[in-house]
Design a protein around this ligand. Structure first.
Ligand code: RP5
Length: 168
C-alpha cells in the first residue's frame, strides 16, 4: 500500500494483525496528503528484511519511520539502530499483557538510540502520524498551515459539543 507520489513516511508493522491499529496512522497521513508506504516486517521473524529496510530507507527518500509492534516489541528499536531517521514507536496491545510488554520494550531504549514512543494502541497510532507531520512541517509551510487548521478544527469541535450539551 503506497500513498500517491514517492513515499516520505514509512508505516511499518510487525504483523498484519497490527493493521487495525496502524490504519489510524495511515488515515491521518492520507488526510494531510503525505505520501506514505506500508511495510510489513518483524524484528524476530524476518530480521534480515527488517535490517535491510532500515538501512535503505533514507536513500529511498523516507524522512520519518513510524513503527508499530506488540508483545516483545523490538521492531522500532532495531530499525532505529540501523538508521539516523527519526523513528516513532507505537506499542500495540496485542498480547495477553495488554500492551504493557510492548510499551516497555518500545520506550525503554538504551541511551544513544532514541525511539519517540507514543501512547498504546489507536491513539498512539494517530499521534504517531501527527508527530511525523509536525517533523515534516518544520520545513514544509503548506503542511504547517494544514496542521494549524487541524488544531483549530479540534478546538471548534469542542465548542460545538459544548453547545450540544447545553441543549440537554
Ligand atoms: C508482534 O507480535 C506483532 O507486532 C504483533 O503485535 C504480535 C503478534 O503477532 P501475530 O502472532 O499476530 O503475527 O511481533
Amino acid at each position: 500500500m503506497t500513498g500517491k507520489n514517492t513515499p516520505i513516511v514509512s508505516v511499518v508493522m510487525g504483523s498484519d494483525s497490527d493493521l487495525p491499529v496502524m490504519m489510524e496512522a495511515v488515515t491521518v497521513l492520507k488526510e494531510f496528503a503525505v505520501p506514505y508506504e506500508v511495510f510489513l516486517t518483524s524484528a524476530h521473524r524476518s530480521p534480515d528484511r527488517t535490517t535491510s529496510f532500515a538501512r535503505n530507507a533514507s536513500a529511498r527518500g523516507i524522512q520519518v519511520i513510524i513503527v508499530g509492534a506488540g508483545a516483545a516489541a523490538h521492531l522500532a528499536g532495531v530499525i532505529a539502530a540501523h538508521t539516523t531517521l527519526p523513528v516513532i514507536g507505537i506499542p500495540i496491545d496485542s498480547s495477553s499483557l495488554k500492551g504493557l510488554d510492548a510499551l516497555l520494550s518500545t520506550a525503554q531504549m538504551p541511551g544513544g538510540i532514541p525511539v519517540a514512543t507514543m501512547a498504546l494502541g489507536k491513539a498512539g497510532s494517530k499521534n504517531a502520524a501527527l508527530m511525523a507531520i509536525r517533523i515534516l512541517a518544520l520545513t514544509d509551510k503548506t503542511l504547517n498551515g494544514a496542521l494549524d487548521s487541524y488544531i483549530a478544527g479540534m478546538a471548534r469541535k469542542i465548542e460545538e459539543k459544548q453547545e450540544a450539551i447545553e441543549c440537554l
